[in-house]
Design a protein around this ligand. Structure first.
Ligand code: SF4
Length: 308
């Protein structure tokens, strides 16, 4: 048997703490991880995450108009870390024994749709485990009786404010966000399912919230109607009315409403009111955006205004 080691001999001593700043490594990682700038952006089918957005913004996506206000490094970093949290939830679902499939693709041709569902629960596993642990875990709400074979689950990671809500916002802990609600409805439509689940995770402290969401047929019908209408606009090369608004202050200050604020094509779409009434700062933003999208995407009116 080995003798008991004398720990004194193994004492940690401060080693050589010299280090050399090496920003080149950050540069290398950043430049190699940049998405290709010329990546084509057009759509050939509807995405469920677009279900609630402005028809004109959807039109721009289908036509492949380049994004005029791309997200910056901070937002991109948050998006990437969000994927890790979502992966973590998938892992928990697998370990719990509820997982049936993930990244499940489904779609149809009228209107053309191509959806990818985060996770499918196995209904048999859910029913079995739920009943087995009902008493032990004090589960009070019963599961719906009429269950399909697979149940779609949408996972979203989110920061504290939208998670908990605040004076001007209902948090997802109480109800799903509207755009997520519409997204899951389209999954229910394609799967012909009566209900699905949302699981939210708070990126700041990993708290979770879940919702069971019933199929909302009138809403699904409206979204399908809008999708078919958009197909018509696309076929006829007619840009639909914008469904969001901007207002100009007396000194040319510019305020987009909630719809436009998040829009990838804000300056491309709202170029005219800004060029007519906006301040120099906003006019410059429009000019940059117009240059960024490139002449091939200019409308006749933009060509007349900005062209040589
Ligand atoms: S800026 Fe507003 S109106 Fe224009 S496409 Fe975007 S959301 Fe629609």
């Amino acid at each position: 048997m080995n003798e008991r080691p004398e720990l004194d001999e193994y004492k940690l001593e401060e080693g050589n703490k010299d280090s050399v700043a090496f920003p080149e490594l950050v540069t290398l990682i950043h430049s190699l991880s940049e998405p290709a700038p010329s990546r084509p952006w057009g759509r050939t089918s509807f995405y469920a995450s677009d279900a609630s957005i402005c028809l004109r913004a959807q039109y721009y996506k289908w036509k492949g108009i380049p994004v005029t206000n791309p997200v910056d490094e901070t937002v991109r970093g948050k998006g990437e870390s969000g994927k890790i949290y979502e992966q973590y939830i998938k892992e928990l679902i697998k370990r719990a024994g509820l997982w049936a499939d993930e990244e499940y693709r489904i779609g149809s041709s009228d209107p053309p749709s191509s959806y990818r569902i985060d996770v499918l629960f196995s209904a048999d596993a859910l029913r079995y485990l739920y009943e087995k642990y009902t008493n032990e875990l004090g589960l009070q709400r019963p599961l719906p009786e009429d269950m399909p074979r697979f149940i779609p689950v949408e996972i979203k990671s989110i920061s504290s404010y939208p998670f908990d809500g605040g004076p001007h916002l209902t948090g997802v802990i109480e109800e799903p966000k509207w755009n997520h609600y519409c997204q899951l409805q389209m999954y229910l439509h394609e799967m012909d399912a009566p209900f699905g689940f949302f699981i939210y995770i708070n990126r700041d402290d990993t708290r979770k919230a879940a919702h069971l969401m019933w199929r909302d047929q009138p809403l699904i019908d409206k979204i399908l109607f809008r999708q078919r209408a958009l197909v018509w606009y696309i076929e006829h090369n007619i840009i639909p009315e914008g469904e969001g608004y901007v207002s100009m202050g007396s000194r040319g200050g510019f305020t987009p409403d909630r719809t436009c604020k998040l829009c990838d094509h804000l300056y491309y779409c709202k170029w005219k009111p800004i060029m007519e009434q906006g301040s120099k700062k906003w006019k410059n933003k429009v000019k940059d955006a117009i240059v960024m999208v490139g002449e091939e995407y200019w409308t006749d009116e933009q060509r007349e205004w900005f062209g040589e």
